[in-house]
Design a protein around this ligand. Sequence first.
Ligand code: IVH
Length: 667
Amino acid sequence: MSSQKEAYLRLKKAVAHHDKLYYKQATPEIDDQAYDQLKADLEELLKKYPELEDAQTSLFLVGDDRVEGFQSFKHRLPMLSLDNTYNKSDFFTFAERLESQFTDEDFQLTIEPKIDGVAVSITYENGIMTRALTRGNGTEGDDITQNVKLIKDLPDTIPCDSAFIEIRGEIYMRHDEFEHINAVRKETGQDTFKNPRNLAAGTIKLLDFEEAKKRSLNIVTYGLGAFEPANLFSSQISIQGKLKDWGFPVLEKFWKAKNAKEAWDSIEALDEIRNHFSYPTDGAVIKVNAFSQQKRLGSTAKAPRYAIAYKFEAEKAETRLNDIQLQIGRTGAITPVAILEAVQLAGTTVSRATLHNEDEISRKDIRIGDTVVVQKAGEIIPQVLSVNLDKRPCDSQAFCFADHLKSLNIEAKRDSDGASWRITAKDDPIRRQRALMHYASRPAMDIENLGTAVIEQLIQIFEIKDPSNLYTLSQNDFLKLDKFKEKSAGNLYRSIQSSKSQELWRLIHGVGIPNVGKQAAKDLESQFLSMENLQSASYSELIQIGGIGATMAESIRTWFDDPDNQSMLNRLEAEGLNMDAQKPDSGEEQTLANKTFVITGKFESMTRDEASELIERAGGKVSSSISAKTDYLIAGESAGSKLDKAQKLGVTIISDQELTQMIGKEL
Ligand code: IVH
């Protein structure tokens, strides 16, 4: 293969990977600038070697947020994206080109905040909201009307008798709401979201309406798609006023400019004040004001020629690094954290930053007492970018991870295959505490009333070493805990005891095998069906399972080979914990044994998780993709491509009611 072809395939794969993370899963791994660079590299390569392009490439040049479970509809006017610039000279090239095209006529630019949210297009017909769509692939978007209707400050009706009008805007989540949701998730042991944009994107695509109702989203509108009659508006500025009159939340501020220089001054003014807006702003959007002029300039397939986005640099600040603290994870992994002199950054006070691992600290030569540059790039947790060497104290010493561990009396070893250190002493109290917190957490054994403060006391008073010890405690023992009375002691006792019958995957996840998350635990349960089978599975058997890679297979083997873990499992079994794939005491009839189901779309009577649970309790298997082996597709409202595929393959299609009839009972 030629080296260009290799580069092309590598870039195409990387762009597709990051597209999926950003648009479909709302969990990006890289920042916008790094992503834009990848796309620019790919486009440049294709410009030089057009023969490399295959039919699929153009698909990758436009992001696509459409996902299974939503019905999609066409936009009347496509939702294009904007070309991005990151530097002043590129901005001037754009603006001066426009200036030169309009020498003989009035010409105005608008400068608006670029909101870092999720694009939406809302159609009103004769003044009534009829549908809300995501951007999708630009031509066709997912129908998110149900969730959009939950947005409180969005009007259901507007005083506009236009036959139809598409209102364009961005959905976002306020900082305080984001922090509140994360705080609750943290308390209940669930993973937290990285930033408000990801959470807003995830929320708008929630199929679980009850969960969507619990989260509050906001919207800001800035423009229009198609509208009728066509002469309703003549400029960008006139739209802003009208949107406000109709009761939409609009941009708190925008600027007008007559030339490139004025526009640049406005961009700088916007950068000064953007942290005071209620929505996150990551740049400026500069548009030609008059629609007639916009029309003359036209658009490419991807973006208009009459507008551009100027992305602000991530905010940076200098501050003193007071200390490096170590955070201990559930498997004893140690993550260094920078403790900073508090500093204002992107509208929040920052006093901690992540340092990732030992190699990161030595690569940047970060030392306690240094003045460091911290940056927030869309993420909530800032990073330490670099050290200001001019301000380094003359007596400073290089940070030695191993010495630091020694001074804190922590016995640890660096992983042979990675950059992280891990506590070796299994009975280290912090490690024990983290492991127990993980065991009790909602995504694992889900033991109510067993929070951090209780675990700390159990370790202190009863010298609890591992989860198996929890089951030996009596109701009276819990009376020794701070503020515990008969009732609270009884509740805690019962929730610990009833966790014995939790599903096997919860136990597999809960015991804390490094690298094994919730999904992997579910895959392991459905493949091996019992803890005993899993325990004796060889590396080569493990690696054959979809979703289990080499690292995970190795860590599963290592974990089960450890005699201490084996004896803990024996103790858990002796205490009566469920070690088999089916819940032992569910007493359900196995009416769906050997039947494979796929679930798609939305149901009124139950959520998809509830449907899965019903099927699994009745002995059936739930799979995520349709194949010739699928027995039934349970299709709800807005079923997408799975429905088509099932029809093609002749798979029996049933409703949620038919499912409950098959099992012979309601939820
Ligand atoms: S105008 C033809 N104005 O940024 C494109 N877009 O990167 C018209 N965005 O798809 C878009 N703030 O989702 C416009 N003030 C603003 C915006 C804005 C945020 C989003 C929008 C667009 C994306 C492009």
